[in-house]
Design a protein around this ligand. Structure first.
Ligand code: SF4
Length: 388
């Protein structure tokens, strides 16, 4: 099997009680079947103790308010204290480590919803790179993906991350290039899907891989037509985006309030001229820290783009990465205004893990967002380019 992980992945260490936003609150933790069986086989006193904290009907840990019932007043886990790490369910043992399997390829990542992981992902000025290795194991699921499509997506993703990392041009230019390239890749993939029903496989495969390769090579010489300025409709497009996203499930109880503050301060109570002038000022202020945004965009592209191997909707994943960047950037602008024109790394980390919890801690939200990005008329290509 092939394995890939970000270079910082293995350095993660949970800071438990020192964590500014524990992962043991704000969501229900589902207990996997194997762990539930283990709990049922514990010696009587331990079993009674553990099951008193478990909702056995729903298969989740009970909650006190919105905190896990095992989380004590010192923000430490009583389950861990009493029975050790072996008693953790799969989610608690792994979090914030996240795994995705694509046939014979297993990719690992850290979730940005954890403050320590968010810091590792966002605040390092080095360019993103990945550690890869291979062993003799074979995944039992290796026949479940189209390996040709996967090869094409891997090439496209690598190229997009290279564009994002290209510090010789402005961040806006890079993001627009990523967007345009992704749009063209999506067209190739739809053709590949449609032709797959009509053309013999060997011809289809060679044509697809050749076209992908040509597109990537041509893209290198692609001349940027998009101006390196803030689009005058950015404010309007961002307001529409926030309205569309208000249909998503609230994972953080304070999320609606945070979104309302953003919406009012930047989009409703400010003129377009004021918004554009402040956006420009903030972008200049962040000039030497644009690597934070590189990492945010790369994080979403790395985590979600290959999922298109199952549903062919890769461009929606690029859109997701770029709207996530745009929202996080504008939350940064809001913090900059509120904090007397300063914006610290700590604020950026807080924004990143708050946003990530709202979007990534809910499969329903991820699926709903994908649907909106594919079909909503106000999330058209033109409108998303305007947000960058
Ligand atoms: S959010 Fe991260 S650092 Fe905080 S308690 Fe959970 S795993 Fe540990």
């Amino acid at each position: 099997m092939y394995y890939r992980k970000p270079y910082y992945y293995s350095q993660f260490q949970c800071i438990a009680a020192q964590c500014p936003k524990t992962c043991c609150e704000g969501w229900e933790i589902v207990i996997d079947d194997k762990t539930m069986q283990k709990y049922n086989q514990l010696p009587n006193a331990d079993k009674e103790y553990v099951l008193a904290h478990v909702d056995t009907q729903e298969g989740v840990f009970k909650q006190c308010g919105d905190r896990c019932a095992f989380l004590n007043d010192r923000n430490l886990c009583d389950l861990y204290i009493r029975l050790g790490e072996d008693a953790f369910c799969k989610t608690c043992r792994r979090y914030p480590r996240h795994f995705e399997e694509y046939g014979n390829l297993l990719e690992a990542a850290l979730s940005m919803s954890c403050p320590v992981a968010a810091k590792m992902i966002v605040t390092n000025s080095k360019k993103d790179r990945f550690v890869e290795y291979i062993n003799n194991k074979k995944s039992p699921h290796c026949d479940e993906v189209d390996v040709v499509l996967l090869a094409g997506l891997l090439e496209a993703r690598e190229h997009m991350i290279d564009i994002v990392n290209d510090r010789s041009i402005s961040l806006q230019q890079r993001l627009k290039r990523v967007y345009q390239y992704s749009y063209k890749v999506q067209k190739l993939i739809y053709n590949y899907e449609a032709l797959g029903k009509k053309v013999k496989r060997p011809k289809l495969v060679s044509e697809f891989l050749l076209k992908m390769n040509l597109l990537t090579k041509k893209e290198v010489n692609y001349e940027l037509k998009a101006a390196d300025t803030i689009n005058k409709n950015r404010q309007k497009s961002m307001l529409a985006l926030l309205d569309i996203m208000s249909v998503l499930e609230n994972i953080n109880s304070d999320w609606p309030m945070i979104m309302e503050e953003l919406k009012h301060t930047l989009y409703l109570d400010m003129t377009n001229e004021e918004y554009m002038a402040l956006s420009k000022e903030f972008e200049d202020y962040m000039q030497d820290r644009n690597y934070e945004y590189e990492h945010i965009v790369n994080y979403f592209i790395y985590t979600y783009y290959l999922g298109g191997v199952y549903d062919y909707n890769v461009h929606a994943m690029t859109k997701q990465a770029l709207i996530s960047y745009a929202i996080i950037r504008d939350f940064g602008l809001l913090a900059y205004i509120k904090n007397k024109k300063t914006f610290t790394e700590e604020e950026q980390i807080r924004i990143c893990y708050t946003y990530s919890r709202q979007i990534e801690h809910s499969d329903d939200n991820l699926m709903a967002l994908e649907g909106l990005l594919v079909a909503h008329p106000k999330l058209s290509d033109e409108n998303i380019i305007r947000m960058l």
